[in-house]
Design a protein around this ligand. Structure first.
Ligand code: GSH
Length: 218
């Protein structure tokens, strides 16, 4: 029996954030599928796992968690080794940089990039809603400004928090992977350091394995 369970489908970006952490630490896990379109996430059984009726939820023995970033940190903390140390908690300065770029992903990067993924992939394929081009165009302008900052940062450091791979980098995986399946992926060509960082991130066994589950344009 797998020691931990992830509730939610592997094709959801917030679920993939948890799975990439599990793959990195090499812990066996079970994905318990939740039928999102049938609104299983709003049923009492799942509300007992996540009172906000969202996926993912995560179970490790008696411990039940929700919020994908908190789950990811728990996994990386619990299964930390000298080889896989993605929170850098023994070094307050490095740990703070991991936190900074984790916040940047949530509050700057994803706010610009996610609407493009929703408009181009998720709304049309899951709900039959056509792409709102105005939202895409405005989001692309915001994303260019965010990537200017990333380019400057990544021209000085191999990874976002420093010259070490961290949770901050992993957090970018799922949504960026979906973005790369939109007609706007070539935006990254204008940012060579960002592009090299992304290529490096996608060369990891964890991201290569999980990318196959993520939604693509039809
Ligand atoms: N901040 C939460 C967000 C989770 C979230 O928004 N999940 C979506 C699916 S990706 C969801 O379950 N939404 C509930 C719904 O729309 O019914 C996390 O990171 O875990």
């Amino acid at each position: 029996m797998a020691p931990v369970k992830v509730f939610g489908s592997a094709g959801f970006t917030n679920v993939a954030r948890v799975l990439v952490c599990l793959e990195e630490v090499g812990v066996e896990y079970e994905v318990v599928d939740i039928d999102f379109l049938a609104k299983e996430q709003k049923k009492p059984e799942h509300l007992a796992r996540n009172p906000f009726g969202e996926i993912p939820a995560f179970q490790d023995g008696d411990l039940m968690l929700f919020e994908s970033r908190a789950i990811g940190k728990y996994i990386l903390r619990k299964y930390r080794t000298d080889e896989v140390d993605m929170l850098r908690e023994s070094n307050p300065g490095e740990a703070a940089m991991v936190d900074v770029w984790t916040e940047v992903q949530a509050n700057q990067y994803n706010k610009a990039l996610a609407p493009i993924v929703y408009e181009c992939i998720i709304y049309p394929t899951a709900y039959g809603i056509p792409t709102n081009q105005k939202v895409v165009d405005e989001s692309m302008e915001k994303l260019k400004k965010v990537l200017d900052v990333y380019e400057a940062r990544l021209s000085k450091h191999k990874y976002l928090a420093g010259n070490f791979i961290s949770f901050a980098d992993l957090n970018h995986f799922a949504f960026t992977c979906c973005f790369m399946g939109t007609p706007y992926a070539s935006l990254f060509d204008s940012f060579p350091c960002v592009k090299a960082w992304w290529k490096n991130l996608m060369s990891r066994p964890s991201t290569r394995k999980l990318s196959a589950n993520l939604p693509k344009m039809v």
